[in-house]
Structure formats: structure tokens, C-alpha cells
Design a protein around this ligand. Structure first.
Ligand SMILES: [Zn+2]
Length: 252
């Protein structure tokens, strides 16, 4: 069977048996894929320091005849993003990005926009941009690509455009805003979004990736965003996002 190659970001790795590794990758042209690297724990030459979380690697692989698993023949390291494994704050941020990708994507469903977004975010974290800001910007853009773009222009009930006189909450299952008048009586919706935060997020939805890092998202706005999008995402996924607690713990 022919060997093919694809550029990937490593989402997670796990030991398998005595000498193998199972690696979940996000590939530029295949989407999310799982591969087995036979003998990876023994091979110093083919795999050492390459199959680590967040690394960008060029993978040579053979598809399996019987399953969706790829047989990874070799990996070439392109970018290690080493600092993401050396600082706990950066690590918690990068883990959150990878878990969002793991949960919002299906196997072998290519999405080059998502590959570019994850590449952008890992670079930004590696270069020292604030994990809170990068996680918030990544999350809003990921929802867009995944088809769950939140509606941020007006209240979904009274349809009035957002105004500094109001505060807003997002209805978790819908991704639509409610102003504080329309929300009255609903004690379930407690996470507030200020108009300033909503304006930042509208901008973040519209600019190119090249301009996203230049957005000055203050910590307060990043925090409001993350709490709101986390609630929205958990209700979409119907499951927890485990790395959320670690990300939030780094804020204390
Ligand atoms: Zn309203």
C-alpha cells in the first residue's frame, strides 16, 4: 500500500501496549484522524520528541484496510511549540483549544479553516499572547466554522440592536442574545455580556486571521466571552469540556 503524507497538529497522545503510541491528529487535508505509531516508545530515530501535544509535524502514513486508523510510518517535526509544554498557563490554554477541536469535529471531515485557526492560536500562545484572549478569540471563530455562529447584533426577542444602556446574556442552547428587559424573571441566565464585549466579538467574527492577534481584547471581555461560550458549547455538545476547569484555574 502506498505511503501518503499530511501536515498535522498533534491533539493528544496515549501509550498503547509496551511500545506503541496512539495519536489523535488534526490534519490539514484529512481533518481529525487517529493514528498508531508502532514501536514509537522504542524508536529513537523515527518518532523521538515528535509525537508530543501541540507539535506541528509532517506525517507519512498508510491507511488501514479494516478501520479508520492510520499507520504512522514516520513523522518529521516542523514546529515543536515547546513553550506550550513549559508554562502551565500556556499549556492550559493550548489544551482547551485542542479539546474544543476534538469535541466539535468528526473523524476524517477535512476543514482547512480550522487547521489554520488552530495553527494561528498555537503560534500566538507560543509567542506570548495572553491565553485568556487567545482562547476567547479561538472559541468564537471555531463556533463560526463549525456552523454555530452566535448572533450578537441584537436581542433575539425584542429585536432591538445592542445598546450600552443594556446588558445581555446568551441563551445556551440557541446562541442568541437576550437583553435584560426580555430576560426579566429568568434566573437561569446569569452570565452577563457587556456591549463592549459584544462589539469586540463582532469584530473578532469579521476580521482575517492575520488581524485577529491585533484585537485588544481586555481580560474582562475575554472572561465574559469564555464563560458565555463555554455554557453555549456545553449545551450544544451535551457534554462537559474537561480542560475548562484547568483554564479557569490559571486565572486565580
Ligand atoms: Zn430584548
Amino acid at each position: 500500500m502506498n505511503v501518503s503524507s499530511t501536515r498535522c497538529l498533534v491533539l493528544k497522545t496515549a501509550d498503547h501496549g509496551e511500545s506503541d503510541k496512539i495519536v489523535t491528529l488534526f490534519s490539514e487535508n484529512l481533518g481529525k484522524v487517529t493514528g498508531i505509531a508502532k514501536g514509537a516508545k522504542r524508536s529513537k530515530k523515527r518518532f523521538v520528541n515528535k509525537l508530543e501535544p501541540f507539535s506541528r509535524i509532517l506525517v507519512s502514513y498508510k491507511p488501514s484496510r479494516t478501520s479508520t486508523l492510520l499507520f504512522i510510518a514516520e513523522a518529521e517535526l516542523e514546529h515543536a511549540f515547546l513553550s506550550l509544554r513549559q508554562s502551565y498557563q500556556k499549556y492550559a490554554g493550548a489544551m482547551y483549544l485542542c479539546e474544543l477541536i476534538l469535541r466539535f469535529t468528526k473523524e476524517k471531515d477535512p476543514e482547512c479553516g480550522l487547521f489554520s485557526l488552530l495553527t494561528w492560536a498555537l503560534h500566538a500562545l507560543d509567542e506570548g499572547d495572553r491565553p485568556l484572549k487567545i482562547a476567547a478569540l479561538f472559541h468564537i471563530r471555531l463556533l463560526d466554522i463549525a456552523g454555530y455562529r452566535p448572533e450578537l447584533e441584537c436581542c433575539s426577542q425584542c429585536c432591538k440592536p445592542i445598546s450600552p444602556k443594556n446588558t445581555y446574556t446568551m441563551q445556551p442552547g440557541i446562541g442568541a442574545l437576550l437583553c435584560n428587559q426580555c430576560r426579566s424573571g429568568n434566573t437561569m441566565l446569569t452570565r452577563q455580556l457587556s456591549v463592549q464585549t459584544l462589539k469586540f466579538l463582532e469584530k473578532a467574527q469579521g476580521v482575517s486571521l492575520g488581524h485577529l492577534s491585533r484585537l485588544q481584547l481586555p481580560d474582562k471581555a475575554a472572561r465574559e466571552t469564555l464563560y458565555t461560550l463555554h455554557g453555549y458549547s456545553c449545551s450544544l455538545l451535551q457534554q462537559d469540556i474537561h480542560s475548562w476547569k484547568n483554564l479557569m484555574a490559571t486565572l486565580k
